[in-house]
Ligand binder design. Sequence first.
Ligand code: 5RP
Length: 221
Amino acid sequence: MTQDELKALVGRAALDHVVPGSVVGVGTGSTVNHFIDALATMKERIAGAISSSVASTERLRARGIPVFEAAEVERMPVYIDGADEIDARGHMIKGGGAALTREKIVADLCERFVCIADASKQVAVLGRYPLPVEVIPMAAAQIARRFAAAYGGQALPREGVVTDNGNLILDVRGLAIADPLAMETEINQWPGVVTVGIFARHRARICLLGTEQGVRTLAFD
Ligand code: 5RP
């Protein structure tokens, strides 16, 4: 199977985790695009969605799924999103699609993060994928220097990318993230950091992993 076929497989499998009658938290990316297409087949059985990006909002609306503002919903049962890397405890690197801030906001509204990913995203230690960090533009150089000093990471602005919130993305290479929760907590304190793409506090509770043998369900306690 191609990587895209594996993404489509888990996108469809995620329907089993949608709670009928509820508002669904929807992430961003090519795997989620498959999920949105699958979700359209049961749109009469859900109340609608809260979306984590302009791109996902457009896709949801184009398929006739009502999209609400985050302020309209207090709590949702499930958030479904992809990942750039996921470790054995459900910690993730996210933000390859530059939507990490809204993804974390919507994940925070939900009881359970269900990650959908092809098997290439599973890693022992996070950090081979460059860590995305959304930053206020005036702080970008300062934050890049701090990554070098604190972690020996090389942070470079992602060229030509402005986030849905009008900020920049730094991609940080050369990290081995042994303690994702500690690193997320530390980087969150740096002035000018909007969101770091480590999802430890908002880790996945379930991962539907697309493999050649089919969908493997990983549950993290
Ligand atoms: C977007 C993300 C995506 O979930 C992540 O980049 C995975 O994307 P894809 O499903 O296209 O492989 O975090 O900000």
